[in-house]
Design a protein around this ligand. Structure first.
Ligand SMILES: [Zn+2]
Length: 290
């Protein structure tokens, strides 16, 4: 069995989607259609519940299933109708803090916002003694935005510190739109998540409460991050006890938290099929690089 990890699906790649494209977290509706066609030629499309019970029985069919991370609203608008046409549902991993409005934007989206909305082309940013010079007219700089060390350091910051850094960095890059505007309509809300379940038969898993990298949290925060998310989502129709590690960062301490939250399976990345020897809490998924 193979599991696919997708994020955003849009009709066309707009300039502000450049970092997502470089990172492999956005594909077009056409590409999703082509992906479905290619996969269906040799593999059986597995509805989520069929795939999960196959995993539970260690009877890994020659099929594929689809997962979507983070809960972007384009999943409902563009991805779900295409998958419906192909007669398959998907497992979505929303970030519960975005659904209960305890956070407004994902860390990675606020990072991208600093650049895609920047009024300035050339500037340098510093974080914990590490500094990077950006020239956004230069393609190499976008590679730095998406894969550079500064991004990694930024995403690993604890929330209050990151908030302060966002303010500081935005004074440097001078985004033309506010962060709120950038995030407006970007994510599914609670009703839309229910719509995915009720109208399209999708299933819901947990992706944490705040998308914090799990390997940066102490054991208490780690369990709060998992249980807070599961506790919120298990009231939704279509919830299944499945977890996807944010950014595929596995933490050694997580298994007791997952057990306590009643999670049965957890996905990472890995670009290979799931085999019977894969631990239930580290199932590989393919990413989709167009
Ligand atoms: Zn994610």
């Amino acid at each position: 069995m193979i599991a696919i990890c997708l994020h955003r699906v849009v009709p066309e790649i707009l300039p502000e989607m450049r970092p997502y494209r470089l990172r492999g977290t956005v594909i077009t509706t056409k590409e999703l259609d082509r992906l479905m066609q290619r996969l269906s030629e040799s593999l059986t499309p597995l509805p989520v519940d069929t795939a999960l019970s196959a995993l539970g029985n260690q009877d890994l069919k020659r099929g594929f299933c689809l997962t979507f991370d983070d809960g972007y609203s384009d999943n409902l608008e563009y991805a779900a109708p295409i998958l419906k046409k192909w007669g398959i549902n998907a497992l979505i991993f929303p970030v519960s803090g975005l659904l209960d409005r305890s956070m407004e934007i994902l860390p990675v989206d606020s990072w991208y916002w600093l650049f895609v909305s920047a009024a300035k082309h050339r500037f340098s940013l510093n974080l914990r003694g590490y500094s990077t010079e950006f020239n956004l007219q230069h393609p190499g700089s976008w590679t730095q935005v998406v894969h550079g060390r500064l991004k990694e350091l930024f995403l690993r910051l604890p929330w209050p510190e990151r908030k302060a850094k966002i303010r500081e960095f935005s004074q440097v890059s001078q985004p033309r739109i506010s962060q709120e505007e950038f995030a407006n309509g970007l994510y599914l809300d609670q009703e839309q998540i229910k719509g995915l379940v009720n109208e399209y038969g999708w299933r819901i898993g947990s992706h944490g409460r705040t998308h914090a990298f799990l390997d940066t949290l102490d054991p208490n925060d780690l369990c709060r991050e998992i249980e807070g998310s599961v506790g919120f989502l298990e009231n939704f129709p279509g919830f299944r006890p499945v977890f996807a590690y944010p950014d595929a960062r596995i933490s050694q301490d997580i298994q007791p938290c997952l057990n306590r939250a009643g999670i049965r399976f957890a996905f990472v990345l890995g670009n290979r099929p799931v085999t019977v020897s894969d631990p239930e809490f580290a199932l590989p998924r393919y990413t989709c690089q167009p």
